[in-house]
Structure formats: structure tokens, C-alpha cells
Design a protein around this ligand. Structure first.
Ligand SMILES: [Fe+2]
Length: 199
């Protein structure tokens, strides 16, 4: 991501910036999957809402792959032979405006896949082909030591929930509301976070 964009962002324009990313780049292919990037993230958010999850979990799901848009390393591709760490660039852009629960869900959604592959024998069978391809680039299932460390994360449950909505949001037939439907909730979470930081 260009540094100048990063410097221009503030709590009043971050949501417009995110919405603009969804609109301008959301139609990009989510490579290896039968949905676009925007469909994928909006589907995850819709599934989270349908399950009665909190707004913060819905918003974390909505934004979990935002790093695919902002990463200076570009998009994941099925021919990739190394990982591009989109989870880190996503968390990087969000961390000034969103609480740790959201940024942890974004930053660790790839680690959550590695965790679930190691701890739930049925999980890997449910992954898409593209997700299995990227799993190998991301280090494969976690080892024992990594599992123990990962289980110490304060937002482990939310991180795993977001991961499962991520995996489920790949349905070419599903209809979703646009980003603007979620925008007031995204702004509310930003406002609450910024106010808490100021006090
Ligand atoms: Fe995703």
C-alpha cells in the first residue's frame, strides 16, 4: 500500500476508504474460488449475521481479507510458490481504527486455518482446493508447539469463528447486501474505539 494513502486515513474517512476498496476492487477474482473478493467477504459477514453473531464479529468477518486489496505484494494466485502474508497487511491498515478483536481476527485468520487443520480431522476435508494450495504455502497444519501458543490468544474463539465464516463464504449463488449495509456498524465500531483511545 502506498504510504501517502495510509497517512491520509482517519477515523472519519476510513469507512469510505474501505467501501471504495470494495466497490473499485471487489470484482477482482478471488483466485481459485468461484466468487469475487467482495462476494467472499460479504458472504462471510452475512453468514455471521444469520448466526446471530455480534456486530464486531460480523465486521471482523467482513474485513478479514482486506489485505488482498491493500497489500503491496498483490493478489494471491494459484501459481504462487510463496506466501504473500495478506493477513498482516490487512491488520496493519485496520489497527489504527479498530479494536484488537477485529485486527486479531484479520491477522490470525490464516493461522486459524493451520490450527483447525491440526486439531480437527474433518476440517481439512471441508477446505476448497485453493485454500489447501495456500495452506501449504502458509506452513501447513500447526505443530504441537504452535497449537499451544495459538490457544493462548485472548480472542481465540472469535478468530476461529471468523475463519469458519471465511471458509463458508465461497458460494457463487449466494446474494448479499452491499458494503453500505454494514457501513454504519463499521463506523460505530471505529467511533467507539477512537473514543476509548482518547479517554
Ligand atoms: Fe477469506
Amino acid at each position: 500500500m502506498k504510504k501517502s494513502i495510509f497517512l491520509r486515513l482517519n477515523s472519519k474517512n476510513i469507512v469510505t476508504f474501505l467501501e471504495d476498496l470494495f466497490e473499485r476492487r471487489g470484482n477482482e477474482e478471488y483466485l481459485g474460488e468461484p466468487v469475487t473478493m467482495a462476494q467472499h467477504m460479504l458472504q462471510g459477514a452475512k453468514l455471521a449475521e444469520q448466526k446471530g453473531e455480534s456486530d464486531i464479529t460480523i465486521v471482523a468477518t467482513l474485513l478479514h481479507d482486506i489485505g488482498h486489496f491493500t497489500s503491496e505484494f498483490g493478489m494471491f494466485n494459484m501459481s504462487d510458490t510463496s506466501d504473500k502474508f495478506h493477513e498482516n497487511s490487512g491488520a496493519e491498515i485496520l489497527k489504527r481504527f479498530f479494536p484488537k478483536l477485529v485486527t486479531d481476527c484479520v491477522q490470525f485468520h490464516v493461522a486459524a486455518k493451520r490450527y483447525l487443520c491440526a486439531t480437527d480431522p474433518s476440517y481439512m476435508n471441508r477446505l476448497s482446493k485453493a485454500s489447501i494450495h495456500s495452506l501449504h504455502l502458509q506452513g501447513g497444519p500447526m505443530n504441537r508447539k504452535e497449537i499451544i501458543e495459538f490457544e493462548k490468544k485472548p480472542y481465540l474463539n472469535e478468530i476461529l469463528k471468523v475463519r469458519l465464516f471465511d471458509d463458508a463464504g465461497k458460494d457463487p449463488e449466494m446474494k448479499t447486501p452491499p458494503f453500505s449495509y454494514y457501513a454504519p456498524r463499521v463506523q460505530h465500531i471505529v467511533d467507539q474505539h477512537v473514543t476509548a483511545l482518547e479517554n
